[in-house]
Design a binder for this molecule. Sequence first.
Ligand code: F3S
Length: 394
Amino acid sequence: MYLTTEEEGILNGEAGPVAERMFRLLVRLGEIYGADKMIPVGSVQVAGVSYKSIEEPGTTFLEDIAAQGAKVKVLTFLNPAGMDLEDWKKLGFPEAFAKNQMRIMNAFKQMGIVITATCTPYLAGNLPRFREHIAWSESSAISFSNSVIGARTNREGGPSALAAAICGKTPNYGFHRWEERQPSIKINVETDLVFDSDFGALGYTLGKQIKNKIPYFTGIKNADTDQLKALGAAMAASGAVALYHVEGLTPEADLVKKDNLETITVTKKDLQDAYAKLNTGKEPDIVILGCPHASLREIGSVAAKVQGKHLRKPLWVCTSRMMKEAADRMGYTQTIEKAGGHIVADTCMVVSPIEDMGFKTTGVTSGKAANYLPGFCKQSVCFANLDALVEAIS
Ligand code: F3S
């Protein structure tokens, strides 16, 4: 791989030991995947933020490099943390967990990372442009930025994203290259997608089948950005899809080569089967929405659905701090709280320790959450559309 004189210098320790260590990691990755050179990144998003995921070794590592003076060079955001960073006490998060979570946030802050803990950075102040090279590591955000925005990122791990943030660069391979963004399978959707959860069900069933291929969708008549984020998140979770194209909807769909591709057809029966597979519970103890983190439009729909109700079970709507503030201003927070629910910022149902908070069955509209909750949080799942879940806890 070609390296500039300045980059050679970093490898020789001229920018300090942390930069050297981080740059070595990027060079190694580049060598493994056949990169020709390093390219600058416009922004970074780092996963591995919850104490539940990285535990003591990850926390000590972050504190250690922060203490050595590591600083990021580009706009860097964080994935959800393990708790609402402001309202954790009110929501019942364990105190010992909260203490450790704050150690992680402080280490990131010391490095100059924006303490915005969200899987939808593009809704919270980190919006890449079309064809911008970025290094993001949350799978649903990777899928959204690659597919819906047309920015370019590989599936970074927490360490490689952090290395890209500290060095401001990433190796040029994979989805950074146009030739690697071409579809490898065609998906013909022969059923109407009515509810947002239908997009999650579609993503779940496809991810299982196509693994890390790049699908080109036909037959999706319309979808808003919330529905596309639900589709991409589910495909990334049940498979490893990091980029998809939708005829007429996503920015690269007209530009890519889509002749002579193997084709899969998805019918109503496939969606019904996905709902059946994802439903492992009978009645939810809690309903948690916002996977990926809810947009203001989604929070508004929840508020409209629960207005005037008295919910029998807890309801959380997970979102970024920025969206929560907008929801406060719009009165959505008040409406949801009056019904007995909460808008929970900075965290989500998967990375927070809900299994230690007494919940056994969680209701979700998200194909990604439904896929992960049994394994990560020991939950049975009620996967359904918003109307049905609100009904179930009313
Ligand atoms: Fe985001 Fe958590 Fe879902 S990180 S995509 S809300 S599992």
